[in-house]
Design a protein around this ligand. Structure first.
Ligand SMILES: NC(=O)c1ccc[n+]([C@@H]2O[C@H](COP(=O)([O-])OP(=O)(O)OC[C@H]3O[C@@H](n4cnc5c(N)ncnc54)[C@H](OP(=O)(O)O)[C@@H]3O)[C@@H](O)[C@H]2O)c1
Length: 326
């Protein structure tokens, strides 16, 4: 397929990662004729100011509708050549009808489904991981239409976002993280020395734009990209360096066997953090490490370094602390 995408439609552009991907594309707005987003009526109300700004200052078409409304989706696809989905975890399976409609559309040629995370085909065990099941079903559906030549796809596989991995203890104290103001940390792994590859959220946008700029190298494959590879111990050293240079005293470790036990308990109890605990276990086991990474395939764009993202977190946590005091 020798084409350059010119007319882009987003699903999920208002979400956690979708807004970074949209910002990445809008940083090169003039390279595209149309940039449109399809958003729900609920978001059209709750994020009205954000959507107005997109329309007025960024030349974004905002289409309000329900992703389950076939006619609305068909209409939104008119004249679109590339669809980027960043739909959230609860809407992953909804992409299957969106993919079939894209394959049937006369104009849509390329579909990037909502991935932007862990490699769901890393090894034989990946097929059995609970959080991967819906994304695997989406891949099966898109690969079927791609075999028939009706649509091409790209999976942008980024590994975890350091901003989410590092901040606080979102899965409880034993689930890992850094508390900048409390100078407390939980490092995953026996000694925190297991390597993990991360992609900073803003860099996900940069990498999706780089993918759009390199269609022939990106089609019908996974792109395994990342900002940097590091260890919990190296992250911790950076936090200490950027918070006065003295050691934090409250530092504990969660070895893999303990992490697996926490994960199992969370699934058995139906707790929402079960998914994240499974993903953290996969990352700690090495599920983000590759012999080579694919940043070069999409032109090796400039990305964020570990020290920069740690600086951002330290700054934001201090600002939050200041606000809480006044
Ligand atoms: N690598 C990582 O560390 C990491 C972390 C988090 C997420 N991810 C991945 O990134 C992707 C996007 O996740 P996210 O956290 O950014 O998503 P999100 O913020 O939860 O949702 C993204 C958007 O999807 C739409 N949406 C959400 N739930 C929906 C539903 N039930 N029905 C219809 N539309 C719905 C909404 O858009 P509108 O209302 O505008 O239509 C929402 O703004 C997923 O594939 C996820 O697995 C990766």
């Amino acid at each position: 397929m020798s084409f350059q995408p010119r007319n882009i439609l987003f699903f999920g552009a208002t979400g956690n990662i979708g807004k970074h991907i949209l910002a990445g594309v809008l940083s090169a707005r003039d390279e595209f004729d149309r940039v449109a987003i399809f958003t729900s009526p609920a978001t059209a109300q709750s994020k009205a100011a954000f959507l107005d700004d997109l329309k007025t200052s960024k030349r974004v078409e905002v289409i309000v509708g329900d992703i389950k409304d076939e006619e609305a989706v068909k209409k939104a696809y008119e004249g679109i050549d590339t669809v980027i989905s960043a739909l959230g975890r609860l809407a992953i399976a909804s992409q299957i009808p969106l993919i079939r409609l894209a394959a049937a559309s006369p104009s849509v040629r390329w579909f990037l489904p909502s991935e932007y995370g862990t490699d769901i085909a890393y090894g034989p065990a990946s097929a059995h991981e609970k959080p991967h099941q819906q994304k695997l079903a989406v891949r099966a559906a898109i690969e079927e239409v791609a075999r028939e030549g009706e649509l091409s796809y790209t999976y942008v596989v980024t590994g975890p976002y350091p901003e989410m991995y590092m901040r606080g203890f979102s899965c409880g104290r034993e689930g890992g993280g850094w508390d900048v103001l409390g100078r407390k940390a939980t490092l995953l792994g026996e000694k925190g020395e297991d390597r993990v590859s991360f992609t900073v959220m803003k860099d996900v946008g940069t990498l999706v734009l780089a993918t759009l700029r390199n269609p022939s190298a990106s089609l019908n494959r996974a792109l395994k990209v990342n900002s940097f590879t590091t260890t919990p111990a190296a992250i911790h050293a950076e936090f200490e360096k950027q918070t006065g240079g003295t050691p934090w005293t409250d530092v504990v470790y969660t070895p893999l066997d303990k992490l697996r036990a926490l994960e199992q308990q969370a699934w058995e109890a139906g707790q929402p953090q079960a998914t994240v605990l499974t993903l953290r276990r996969i990352w700690t086991e090495g599920g983000t490490l590759y012999e080579t990474r694919d940043n070069g395939v999409v032109g090796e764009p400039k990305l964020t370094r570990l020290e920069e993202v740690v600086a951002q977190i330290v700054r934001e946590e201090r600002e939050k602390g200041e606000k809480a005091r006044v």
